[in-house]
Ligand binder design. Structure first.
Ligand code: ADP
Length: 332
């Protein structure tokens, strides 16, 4: 019993954080599946799986969401919990450094609840292996006294749903990936869906935006709701200070210019990435060199910047490094 008490004490669940509604991002998050714009196929699949799980009275199968940052993976995890009528706990994979961190999180889950792990491709290997038995058979073997005379204890866990989010599905090991029953990929949003998201966010932020203003924000948001919402918040300031409070196309143009977002939706950093390659004979140039030159992390460049540049045909990835295209040269 003492062992368990000591273990309990060690299991500091500093990683489980209930969502903070004061945060602006959370405030703009759709609260109901019906408010989630776009990703039709993903939403349709989820609704069906949720309905089936509810009808059977079971926890939902484990889900893996992949896609660029800001496309709605966290939001969908919240919505799955909401639709299932269960609590959700969120943590970020890199924070689960020691096996004990994960044990703490898992042993505190309520039956049926959703455990959301963001950036799951960055989960330390020990934690990943711990999760195997937890995900498959809902138990954990915890080593109490490591060493020659090691003793372990089997802890049974309530049935729970692991929802993982990743910007790099390819980095997940095959056995880990195989333990998710539902794999859904989120794609960048077409402009008309982004415009709809912008209009809905404007209502929540209590700011007027006209049709042309919303269309322009959508065009410049590189298919990403988080970026669209971020631009909208800044434009609200511009409209208040420089206009009559309404975000018109003219206000949006002015605000986008102030934010350094150009006609291709490129930010200052995108342009620096392109310029760095251009300055090196149009490439090929290694990611490491680019990261040092622009002062940003390699992962961030690869996850958050490059996909848009590649989709726009401004940058090419080759086995020898990144190259700027003729369109890319034109863009800068
Ligand atoms: P991710 O987890 O993929 O990085 P989030 O779920 O945190 O992205 O979404 C970022 C922001 O964009 C949130 O504020 C959320 O409200 C908004 N958002 C994302 N997808 C949608 C959507 N389909 N409809 C409405 N808002 C969305």
């Amino acid at each position: 019993m003492d062992d368990i008490a000591t273990l309990e004490q060690q299991l500091v669940d500093r990683n489980v954080q209930p969502s903070d509604p004061s945060d602006v991002e959370n405030a703009l998050r759709p609260r109901l599946m019906g408010e989630f714009v776009g990703q039709g196929k993903v939403v349709e699949n989820l609704k069906l799986f949720i309905e089936a799980a509810k009808a059977r009275g079971e926890a939902m199968d484990h889900i893996l969401f992949s896609g660029m940052p800001g496309l709605g993976k966290t939001t969908l995890a919240h919505l799955v919990a909401e639709e299932m009528g269960v609590p959700m706990h969120a943590c970020s994979a890199p924070a689960l450094e020691k096996a004990g961190d994960l044990v703490g999180v898992l042993t505190r889950l309520e039956p049926g609840s959703v455990l959301f792990i963001d950036e799951i491709h960055r989960l330390p290997r020990v934690a990943e292996e711990f999760l195997y038995s937890a995900m498959e058979d809902f138990y954990l073997d915890v080593v109490l006294e490591p060493g020659v005379q090691s003793r372990s204890m089997r802890l049974s866990l309530p049935r729970f749903t692991l929802v993982g989010a990743t910007t790099r599905e390819g980095l997940l090991t095959a056995p880990f990936r195989a333990r998710f029953g539902v794999l859904e990929r989120l794609d960048p949003y077409p402009d008309h869906e982004l415009a709809e998201i912008v209009r809905r966010s404007a209502i929540k932020l209590d700011v007027e935006i006209d049709h042309a203003g919303a269309a322009l924000v959508a065009e410049r948001s590189r298919g990403t709701p988080r970026i669209a919402n971020r631009i909208l918040r800044r434009l609200r300031d511009v409209a208040q200070v420089r206009g009559d409070g309404t975000i018109t196309r003219a206000v949006a143009e002015q605000g986008l210019g102030m934010l350094g977002i150009d006609g291709n939706g490129l930010t200052e950093l995108d342009r620096r990435i392109l310029k760095c390659i251009a300055d090196h004979g149009a490439g090929p140039l290694g990611l490491k060199t680019i990261a040092v030159a622009v002062g940003e992390e390699e992962d961030t460049i690869e996850d958050a910047y490059e996909p848009h540049l590649i989709r726009q045909g401004l940058l090419k990835k080759t086995p020898r490094g990144r190259m700027i295209t003729a369109r890319g040269l034109e863009a800068i």
